[in-house]
Ligand binder design. Structure first.
Ligand code: UDP
Ligand code: MG
Length: 319
């Protein structure tokens, strides 16, 4: 049985060899046959040279793909899954935060449990600042509330069966969210817990700004609830204004002097900001639609190469 290992790599020169050694050690006694798809997501350090060396030295046959520039982890995962030929694929990070020692257990669960997806779920969040943890909790709450999908503890460390790989790679969208879309596919899944260790080398690529953009775009692409909330606000505003109109008219007919200047200013401020907020939100959705209708490819491959022994892999993707 052939299992593909899909690894997105961006500026991992310092840790790649250590990662590979660890991986090969963990899989040495396994009964399965493996192939690896290493996707260099436009690294600016010497990751590609390190990958080149691995393709020659490695026991596990490697197919290496290099993007023309940095297209992001999601693009790299997609390219890796498209190139994978195994009956199942394991997607994992190259920084040892997704411990390779878990792979045999994931495969076992997949074979015994007959589920199409095996998810590695973080038992606790990585050592990170309180602010980051708070942000993550808030984000997962919001995501759950708006899309109805629970992703807490989810990671990109997953095993996908061939059926799930084919469905995932066939999805038409340009903007992708591996964690969310694999849940959206709806295949039965089984969870394997793990404690995420710290990075073996280098540092995380996600700054606060990047994470905020990610939160915004994933919620927008999975839910139209924010738009509906604007509509609800609109309705509430109409009801409120109607009440206020009736009250104002009533006062007028009663002959009360109108001392409503503060009210007018408040109303202008509140309505003005709500309208701007609504427009901004609609703009976000239009931007997302624009990105999708352009139908640009998710990534551009500049170069690809295979281990000499890669051609010996006999199991072919069915169909
Ligand atoms: N990665 C990538 N493209 C990017 C950023 C990251 O392919 O633009 C890869 C990176 O090399 C690593 C994995 O995605 O294998 C996870 O990245 P990182 O460790 O920076 O993320 P974190 O663990 O902090 O979520
Ligand atoms: Mg990491």
């Amino acid at each position: 049985m052939l299992i593909s290992l899909v690894v997105p790599i961006y500026n991992e020169q310092s840790g790649l060899t250590g990662f590979w050694q660890n991986l090969e050690n963990c899989l040495a006694d396994s009964d399965c046959q493996y192939e690896a798809v290493l996707v260099d997501d436009g690294s600016t350090d010497s990751s590609w040279e390190a990958i080149n060396r691995l393709t020659i030295d490695s026991v596990i046959p490697i197919k290496a793909i290099r993007f023309s520039r940095n297209f992001g982890k999601e693009a790299a995962i997609l390219a890796g899954l498209r190139a994978a030929r195994g009956q199942a694929a394991v997607v994992m990070d190259a920084d040892l935060q997704h411990p390779p020692s878990l792979i045999p257990q994931m495969i076992e669960n997949w074979q015994n449990g007959k589920t199409k997806v095996v998810e590695a779920v973080k038992r606790k969040r990585q050592d990170e600042s309180t602010l980051r943890r708070l942000g993550a909790t808030l984000y997962y709450r919001l995501f759950n509330l708006s899309s109805g999908m629970k992703l807490d503890g989810a990671s990109d460390f997953k095993l996908l069966d061939r059926a799930a790989i084919d469905q995932y790679t066939a999805l038409p969208e340009v903007g992708r969210y591996f964690r969310g879309l694999t849940t959206w596919l709806g295949f039965e899944s089984i969870a394997v817990e793990f404690d995420p260790p710290s990075r073996n080398a280098g540092e995380s690529h996600w700054g606060a700004g990047h994470l905020l953009r990610l939160a915004r775009s994933t919620i927008i692409s999975f839910s139209s609830l924010p738009l509906r909330i604007v509509t609800w606000f609109g309705f509430a505003g109409i009801v409120f204004s109607l009440g206020l109109t009736i009250q104002t008219l009533w006062y007028k007919w009663q002959g009360y002097a109108e001392a409503g200047f503060p009210t007018v200013i408040l109303l202008i401020l509140v309505m003005g900001s709500m309208i701007l907020l609504g427009l901004g939100l609609i703009g976000e959705y239009i931007a997302e639609i624009y990105r999708e209708v352009k139908r640009r490819p998710v990534y551009i491959i500049a170069q690809s190469l295979s281990s000499p022994q890669e051609t010996n892999v006999t199991d072919k993707k069915p169909g």
